[in-house]
Design a protein around this ligand. Structure first.
Ligand code: TXA
Ligand code: MG
Length: 334
């Protein structure tokens, strides 16, 4: 049997960064860390390179890509920023926030799936920004996982999912935030819509915009149906093992769960635990829960468990909302 080819994992040395930037400038693909999740990057202005992203991920052509930039000037070359968009960018960039804005002509149609809008984000991760700067290109990058599966938060996750389909992975360790960026649709400044919850909260965005932001939730409003965010569709971020959700798993409820089904809790329980009980934090810190969520879903998806019973997080902080959103998608029926 021929050995399965695997991607090269590069340590983040200056020489490797320069080499990977040349790969990107030459139209190649590189998986690299951002503060949210690992992205599969290509030159956003090179349509052929971007086609490679869709091919590697098995991603349908109607699911547009996010373009990553290292400066506001670079972003303004891709999208139309009005006063509201500028005020948001000034407060939240660089960081885990993506803005959907009217696109400028230079952005290839494949990047936006033919939509007249483009999603742009300025990441804060030092390594990803260096790749943008050194390659001299804005980088289109969806999460570096096969389409529909759980997003990767380590180089090993990328290798496991896409290793046979891509050549290069930049290893920057585990991602700090662990859930994908907040996506804010600012195409119509008087009607801002939150397309995906993330670490940047709706409340914080509303405070800067000075107006209410609608939440698209799972139902895409008629106004947005023409340009849906496929990340909003259910059955995304899904492990193969069936996931079911409960608001709060009591000790009695946990005791009724069969031993071959896994239990995923926010916090380590105080009572003696079983072999099928897992938790996202030992401290109850939401930052840690979000950071570990995808790694835990992958671990529980190793074929050992017939099902995963997860507890949703209480509270309305941005990370609790984002974690519950990803859990709901993981639990969505295929
Ligand atoms: O944190 C993140 O955003 C990560 C890192 C790598 O930056 N990227 C990420 O990309 O999560 P992806 O492709 O997995 O999710 C991007 C979402 C998709 O659901 C896509 O539909 C939506 O952004 N999107 C992109 N362009 C859009 C547009 N013009 N209008 C509406 N939604 C758009
Ligand atoms: Mg994704």
């Amino acid at each position: 049997m021929p050995a399965k080819r695997s991607a090269r994992i590069h340590r983040p040395t200056p020489a490797n960064l320069a080499r990977l930037a040349r790969v990107l400038a030459g139209g190649g693909l590189v998986a690299a860390p951002t503060e949210t999740v690992y992205g599969l990057a290509a030159d956003a202005l090179n349509a052929k390179a971007c086609r490679g992203i869709f091919r590697a991920k098995g991603r349908p052509a109607n699911d547009p890509l996010i373009v990553h930039v290292a400066s506001l000037a670079q972003a303004r070359g891709l999208a139309e920023f009005d006063a509201a968009a500028l005020s948001i960018a000034k407060v939240f960039w660089p960081g885990p926030l993506t803005l959907v804005l009217p696109k400028k002509p230079g952005v290839p149609a494949i990047v936006t799936s033919g939509l007249p809008s483009v999603a742009v984000r300025m990441p804060v991760h030092r390594l990803f920004r260096q790749l943008i700067r050194l390659s001299g290109r804005p980088l289109a990058a969806p999460s570096a996982n096969p389409f529909g599966y759980v997003s990767p938060t380590t180089a090993a996750h990328v290798q496991a999912g896409l290793g046979s389909r891509i050549g290069h992975i930049l290893d920057g360790g585990a991602c700090k935030i662990g859930v994908e960026s907040t996506i804010l649709d600012l195409r119509y400044p008087r009607r801002p819509v939150l397309l995906r919850p993330g670490a940047v909260s709706r409340e914080a965005l509303q405070a800067v915009l000075g107006r209410r932001i609608a939440f698209a939730g799972n139902t895409i409003s008629p106004a947005h149906r023409a340009a849906p965010a496929p990340g909003m569709l259910s059955r995304h971020y899904s492990p193969r093992t069936p996931v079911s959700l409960t608001r709060k798993l009591t000790r009695a409820a946990i005791n009724r769960i069969p031993a071959d089904e896994a239990v995923l809790l926010l916090e380590k329980p105080a009572y003696p635990t079983g072999a099928n009980i897992f938790w996202l934090t030992s401290t109850g810190r939401l930052e840690q829960a979000a950071q570990r969520l995808f790694a835990m879903l992958r671990k529980l998806d190793d074929g050992r468990w017939r099902g995963i019973h997860a507890e949703t997080l209480s509270g309305r902080s941005s990370l609790a909302v984002a974690v519950n959103d990803r859990l709901a998608r993981a639990a969505a029926k295929k």
